[in-house]
Design a protein around this ligand. Structure first.
Ligand SMILES: [Zn+2]
Length: 487
């Protein structure tokens, strides 16, 4: 089925605004070859730490080596492949015990659940301070050493929990007095979270208790959840101690995943003048559906085999022109789908000081718009690159989208991890110029087993992206046109 669909795609005319040149049609065919390969079932959905990763990195690494890049890790111990260690984290143990005046107060284990952001956290017999719905923050002296008892009241609950922890509470115990149930919260936390093994996740303790559970614990005190709610609504509400102490213990199960960023380099004439970075994520979700579904793999054709194709073909064209002033780095990141983790790892352990990167261009989900579409800039107004991008667009007779609507996606792409480290990073692509078209993809195939190579897959805009990225890289790699900040 997949193979047939892919074959048909070759013969489907490309809908286009401008007639693509012969070179552009050849480029589209090259992109299609990469996408078909990387999105085939043999790659098993390119999940970090699997055989699918090994196959993916072998394919991209061979492409880059053959077209003439060299390793860009600048680490003789790990040429080409920079190791990244991830941890998958799942809540494991939970123990919650209440006491009043030194005597144990019974609560059914199903009515309460504790979680830690770290590996294991424990608090013994901490006094409980009722903080209402958390609208007014008690001072540090009031919170220190205490467990804040918080009414849930809505979706911003986790913000108020974090604020209370930052303000000095030992833990936060949230009463699920509204829409959320303990099952909802547990299911949400139970979905494994991912992080870099090197990240310090602290040991924040949070617990959740059902309304019935807390009413049971408060029996005989003259208070219950309803009276606490009334109290919290008073205009002059101030935090009040509750005649309870609580012990909380939680642990997390961690599984390590060994994965890699792939880094190539095209050496410049004047590497001391800095570098330009092009990046795109290679990873996807692996198997993402369960039987009896027929197709279980999330192949990630558009997200993001298309981006790797564009990155690779941009490299080929940059290799072909005269040597540039600056080094150009090519980075295929891991763990984007798990929270931009490969890009974070790159930023924390870069092959060159990040200050030397004059411009970075991310490439993600680009087989969307037809040839001749304008270009959107995700990250517009957030870097010093805008004027240079506009100048290159003018010289190349390319249209840039007005406004910054595409910035709505800035946190959802690898560029965000680099922006957080002050690396001037944008995503320049036709794909994000027609957001209605992009949202149709998101509604239909995005992160689903249907993101496969379909007949008529649109590659016109992706080919335009390659040409524009080559022009942008040549501009920003020119030390005369763009004086660098590098030292
Ligand atoms: Zn994705």
């Amino acid at each position: 089925m997949l193979r047939l669909a892919a074959a048909l795609a070759l013969f489907t005319p490309v809908a286009s605004l401008a007639k693509p040149s012969k070179a552009d049609l050849a480029l589209q065919a090259q992109l299609l070859t990469h996408i078909k390969e990387l999105a085939s079932d043999a790659y098993e959905g390119r999940e970090p730490g699997t055989e699918g990763e090994a196959k993916t990195l072998r394919y991209i690494g061979k492409q880059w080596f053959d077209l003439g890049l060299e390793s860009g890790t600048n680490d003789p111990g790990h040429s080409w492949f920079a190791p990244v260690t991830l941890v998958a984290r799942e809540p494991d143990g939970s123990r919650v015990a209440f006491s009043r005046k030194g005597r144990r107060v019974h609560i059914a284990p199903v009515a309460v659940q504790a979680f830690t952001s770290g590996k294991r956290s424990l608090i013994e017999n901490a006094p409980v301070l009722f903080v209402g719905s958390g609208k007014t923050m008690p001072n540090r002296a009031e919170l220190a050493g205490r467990v804040a008892l918080l009414l849930d009241g809505g979706l911003d609950g986790s913000d108020r929990q974090s604020a209370l922890l930052r303000a000095g509470a030992s833990a936060v115990l949230t009463v699920l007095d509204g829409e959320r149930s303990l099952d909802n919260v547990t299911a949400r936390r139970g979905r494994s979270g991912y992080a870099l093994a090197s990240d310090d996740l602290g040991g924040d303790l949070e617990a959740f208790i059902s309304r019935e559970g807390l009413d049971g614990v408060l029996a005989g005190t003259g208070q219950n959840v309803a009276s606490l709610q009334t109290m919290a609504q008073a205009a002059d509400f101030a935090a009040k101690p509750v005649d309870l102490a609580v012990s909380l213990e939680a642990s997390t199960r961690e599984t390590r995943i060994n994965t890699h960023n792939l880094i190539g380099k095209l050496p410049g004439k004047r590497p001391e003048s800095g570098a330009v970075l092009l990046l795109s994520h290679w990873d996807h979700f692996g198997q993402c559906a369960e039987p009896p579904a027929e197709h279980l793999i999330c192949n990630g054709a558009i997200d993001n085999a298309s981006g790797i194709g564009v990155l690779t073909e941009a490299a080929r064209r940059l290799r072909g022109v005269q040597q540039l002033d600056r080094d150009v780095y090519f980075l295929a990141t891991t763990g984007e789908e798990l929270g931009l983790l490969g890009a974070h790892a790159f930023a924390e352990n870069p092959p060159i000081p990040l200050k030397q990167i004059v411009a970075a261009f991310n490439i993600d989900t680009v087989a969307i718009s037809p040839a001749g579409s304008p270009f959107a800039v995700i990250g517009k107004g957030m870097t010093p690159l805008d004027a240079g991008i506009a100048a290159v667009a003018k010289a190349q007779k390319k249209k840039l989208v007005e406004g910054d609507a595409a910035n709505a996606y800035v946190r959802r792409q690898d560029g965000w991890a680099l922006l957080k480290h002050d690396v001037p990073t944008v995503l320049v692509s036709t794909a994000w110029s027609d957001l209605a078209r992009m949202e149709r993809f998101m509604d239909k195939d995005y992160h689903r087993p249907t993101d496969v190579v379909k007949p008529g897959i649109e590659l016109g805009g992706a080919a335009d992206d390659v040409n524009f990225l080559v022009a942008l890289t040549r501009h920003f790699a020119d030390a005369k046109k763009v004086p660098g900040a590098a030292k």
